[in-house]
Write a protein that binds this ligand. Structure first.
Ligand code: DOR
Ligand code: ZN
Length: 324
């Protein structure tokens, strides 16, 4: 048996409406809280949209704290003073870089005044760090942007989301104000799972899964219990129909804790840090405590949730979440 205290998913896509209602039980049954991404259409970029989205999440969940992320645009100080108490962080998407990011940031300089205000008001920055370059180089190339942000805003907490390369693992210790989330899929999969056999569009995401060397660096830092590394699933549901048209994202929510329990091979102390303690300490998160228990009973990942095919559909795991 493994008992986890207050698991938190630091990066989650829930969507809206029927999709949200289909997928959200997989999160609130395993997590006490999650950071919810704002890349809806239209984006979550004002107080009314934020509060109604939060309300939709609360109406459809139990014992669950949504930590809301706001979509980056050119906010004024007055706006952020109002929004501050309702949000966890502001998410910066370079324009057009991923799903529903067309309204994103065209040039980082445009939002320098916003970053200045965020630093002053102590609002963390969350970043999808990819350039428009060659697909396998996009994240590595973005490292210079992270370095510039980390230097220009030394008191701004910057979360490098879903890191997928050894380069960003190495960058993490160079600046005190850089943090990282790591997904289940980047921890376990490589390009072979996407294009090594027959093409598997269900394993397509952004940033794309990378080489064994990258995956091994992610595994090593997660197993070390590094304080600045936090679990963020980036679970991103799309209908099978849209996945076959090329939509990016893995719906990993149904398998997260069973898969991580196997990954940590009995090292519950490090599991606990990755899934909760690091995030709570790095960001002073004040979330009602909740225990989630994993028992040694077989769990078979569902084949289908609504119109979505989960990651590892049909796979057998040795641990299951109690009372799921
Ligand atoms: O694979 C991804 N899916 N990466 C993202 O950055 C966005 C996400 C989504 O919203 O579908
Ligand atoms: Zn995401």
């Amino acid at each position: 048996m493994i008992t986890l205290n207050t698991p938190i998913d630091m990066h989650l896509h829930l969507r809206e409406g029927k999709m949200l209602r289909d997928v959200i039980p997989y999160t609130y049954n395993q997590f006490a809280a999650a950071v919810v991404m704002p890349n809806l259409v239209p984006p979550v970029d004002n107080i009314d949209r934020l509060l109604s989205y939060k309300d939709e999440i609360l109406q459809n969940s139990k014992n669950f704290t949504p930590l809301m992320n706001l979509f980056m645009r050119e906010y004024t100080k007055e706006e952020l003073e109002v929004l501050k108490d309702e949000i966890f962080a502001i998410k910066l998407y370079p324009a057009g870089i991923t799903t529903n990011s067309e309204e994103g940031v065209k040039s980082i300089e445009n939002v320098y005044p916003v970053l200045e205000i965020m630093q002053e008001l102590d609002i963390p920055l969350s970043v999808h760090g990819e350039t428009n370059g060659f697909v396998l180089d996009r994240e590595r190339e973005f490292a210079v942007v992270y370095e510039k942000l980390a230097c220009d805003f030394p008191n701004l907490k910057i979360i490098m989301e879903h890191i997928s390369t050894y380069n960003l693992v190495e960058l993490l210790d160079k600046y005190d104000n850089l943090y990282a989330t790591i997904t289940l899929h980047h921890l376990l999969l490589t390009l072979d799972d996407l294009i090594g056999g027959s093409l598997n569009p269900h394993n397509f995401c952004k940033p794309v899964v990378k080489t064994p060397k990258d995956r091994d660096a992610l595994q090593k830092i997660v197993k070390s219990g590094h304080k600045k590394v936090m679990f963020g699933s980036d679970s991103a549901p799309h209908s099978i129909k849209n996945k076959l048209k090329g939509a990016a994202g893995l719906f990993s929510a149904p398998v997260i804790l069973p898969a991580l329990a196997e990954f940590f091979e009995g090292d519950v102390e490090t599991f606990q840090k990755f899934i909760s303690d690091n995030a709570r300490e790095n960001f002073d998160l004040n979330i009602p405590e909740r225990e989630v228990v994993l028992v040694e009973e077989e769990y078979i990942a569902p084949q289908l949730v609504g119109e979505v095919k989960p990651m590892f559909a049909g796979r057998r795991f040795t641990y299951s979440v109690k009372n799921f």
